[in-house]
Write a protein that binds this ligand. Sequence first.
Ligand code: NAP
Length: 350
Amino acid sequence: MRKMTATIVSGGDAFGTHRALAPKGALPQPADRLDNDFSRLFAGEMLVSVETLNVDAASFRQMEEAGGDVGARVLATVAERGKQHNRVTGSGGMLLGRVVQLADGRPAGEKIAVGDRVASLISLSLTPLRIEEVRAIRPASAQLDVVGEAVLFASSPYAKMPDDFPDRVALAALDVAGAAPQVARLVKPNSVVVILGGGGKSGVLCAAEARRTGGPGATVIAVESHEPYAREAEALGVCSAVISADARDPVATRNAVLAKTGGREADLVLSCVNVDGAELSAILCARDRGVVYFFAMSTSFTRAALGAEGVGKDVDLMIGNGYAHGHAEHTLDLLRSNAKLRALFEKRYG
Ligand code: NAP
């Protein structure tokens, strides 16, 4: 689609504030609207020809439930905001594309060249984007094939696409690459770990990582409402139990979990659902001074904070950071190390 090389202009900064149109000078994530005029690039920018968007699961589900065509909704959002930043969920996703141009001022020592294929490891909610056309929508993986362009800033993490995974599989895994490394940091041998939405994409990665880090003595419980995903999580062989239940029902979820742990509350609870309203279940399953890790973008800070106070739970509430050092390689290595997990990803997202 691109016929001309973009002109390089001065005035850019590493964080992308130069692309914020409203309000001017804001960081691009909280900005309402971004400049997606790519006829010129600012110093430090990488121009990418976009092939696929992996929309955040909470955002994709919200658009489906709102009715109409998801592709049309994405086109409208990008036309209005210059980025795929869902106004309801506040979340974005990430993209796969090919490097078209690199402006001067990129980080020193960077090993990237025009023509390389990359996945962005920052949210679409802060990535300047233009879309000409939506070519295909794959609801099972929340991916859209598009014709478009995007800009990554000098501060934007990205991964070169691995050559030992199909693109769609790698993209699916990289979308939730922040999850498993945090589990590896938080789980101890013999921990009790509960994963809400444990049959979903990030959920099965967390379950596999909890077993890998926690060892055979760990108790890993998945709670999943989508029956086929519950059965697939069970077949992975990493969970001590998979409970088919609605994680928006706190007391029922707690009772079902305690029935599987012999009454022991969890050291770590991960919320990996794609819906809102699961905060209290996560909190009620955790032990005194345990950790509740909210990976789900559908989490409400207010519901979590006031909910924990309301039930007198002294637990550490952690926000799921999408970034951890080495998270892309960590997650791809987890898939490489577990043949069943990799096969599940290839079946679902390939
Ligand atoms: P996913 O593959 O859609 O998995 C979510 C799972 O939760 C699905 O299996 C879903 O079932 C299940 N679920 C939905 N409602 C439930 C309920 N009431 N009780 C129990 N299970 C329920 O999503 P994902 O890609 O793993 O993403 C999970 C969450 O992480 C999303 O909220 C997403 O926005 C967020 N996320 C966070 C980051 C970050 O950096 N923190 C990055 C990427 C994604 P169905 O199949 O029926 O929907």
